[in-house]
Design a binder for this molecule. Structure first.
Ligand SMILES: Nc1ncnc2c1ncn2[C@@H]1O[C@H](COP(=O)(O)OP(=O)(O)OP(=O)(O)O)[C@@H](O)[C@H]1O
Ligand SMILES: [Mg+2]
Length: 314
């Protein structure tokens, strides 16, 4: 029998008091064991959705189920099984990182006080904060605060982790560490739902994704399938880009972009032999350093879906 989705929403909608329609008829399905990327530009409704999933705000209409239970009605039963990092984690600035986690864990009635110290140390270690654990949280950088918030979500093993922009404020090395951590957690069987406005981040770590724009769901599914529906690109690297573009056009290929020594074009029509095209370039005197068809990225898919770039909504 198919397992029940870990998160399922039906026509979930949130209109804020000011009238802003932040989430509009969202129907999401997050399968068990997925690393599910919730992707959308700034203001597209990601945090609002996560707040509804966690029972922090009421939907205006529609329904959400988390771990098989209706939210927000079952908030008290569901939340102990969910580790969450939501935008701007609340910290006690006068406490150091370790004491923040001890305090956080003490407030959780389901947490075993006998294992508290060890669990706190493990969580600090997993997010790379051990060396900074004795520093007061008010002296933490944005990235360190983010790591501490993540550590709080990891104090107990959970069936589901909900991480709102977990790499926000992290440097590239920190982002890599978080990606590795997410993969490890998923390998342990935890379902991870993470939001991001970074397409390549989602592509690197997620098995599934949903794409939002202006409160509406554009598409969802396995990451490999999302990009597969979109055509890839032909790229030519050459010191003679203008000549290369001319030859491509002569072969009926639409050139999309010339930047430096890189020519980007629509993929050739089906049936075109890439070797013949390459030969045509070389015969015309184009010095070809690189040539090939790249697979469509999630960004290509997004642009194809919206007809626009991945920018902030108004
Ligand atoms: N408390 C609120 N009251 C009124 N409008 C709000 C509130 N919170 C968010 N909004 C609006 O709802 C829309 C969605 O915001 P939300 O924070 O959910 O987006 P997001 O996808 O999380 O964006 P970001 O990537 O910047 O975190 C935005 O237009 C925002 O201005
Ligand atoms: Mg947000």
């Amino acid at each position: 029998m198919e397992r029940e989705p870990v998160i399922e929403t039906r026509e979930l909608t949130k209109r804020y008091r000011g009238g802003q329609l932040a989430v509009d008829g969202l129907s999401l399905t997050v399968p068990e064991g997925a690393v599910f990327g919730f992707l959308g530009p700034n203001g597209s409704g990601k945090t609002t959705t996560i707040r509804m999933l966690m029972g922090l705000i009421e939907p205006t209409s529609g329904a959400a189920r988390v771990l098989g239970r209706p939210m927000p009605r079952a908030t008290r039963a569901v939340l102990p099984q969910v580790g969450a990092l939501i935008e701007g984690p609340a910290l006690y600035g006068f406490l150091n990182g370790r004491d923040n986690l001890i305090r956080y864990d003490s407030a959780d009635p389901a947490a075993d006080p006998r294992t508290r110290k060890a669990r706190v140390s493990d969580a600090l270690d997993r997010v790379g904060l051990t060396a900074a654990a004795g520093k007061k949280a008010k002296a933490y950088s944005l990235g360190m605060k983010q790591r501490l918030g993540l550590a709080a979500a990891l104090l107990q093993p959970r069936r589901l982790l909900v991480l709102d922009e977990p790499t926000n404020g992290l440097d590239p090395q920190g982002m890599r560490e978080i990606r590795t951590l997410v993969r490890e957690l998923a390998a342990d069987g935890t379902t991870v739902f993470l939001s991001s406005h970074l397409l390549d981040e989602i592509e690197q770590v997620c098995t599934h994704a949903a794409v939002m724009a202006q409160g509406r769901l554009l598409t969802q599914g396995p990451v490999a399938e999302l990009a597969a529906g979109t055509r890839g690109r032909l790229t030519v690297t050459t010191p003679d880009p203008a000549d290369a573009a001319r030859v491509l056009k002569e072969h009926g290929i639409t050139v999309l972009d010339l930047t430096g020594d890189l020519v980007t074009a629509e993929p050739p029509p089906a049936g075109t032999d890439l070797a013949d095209l390459n030969t045509a370039l070389v015969t015309a005197g184009v010095r070809v350093r690189g040539f090939g068809v790249e697979r469509a990225s999630l960004e290509d898919a997004f642009v194809a879906l919206t007809g626009e770039g991945f920018d902030v909504a108004g």
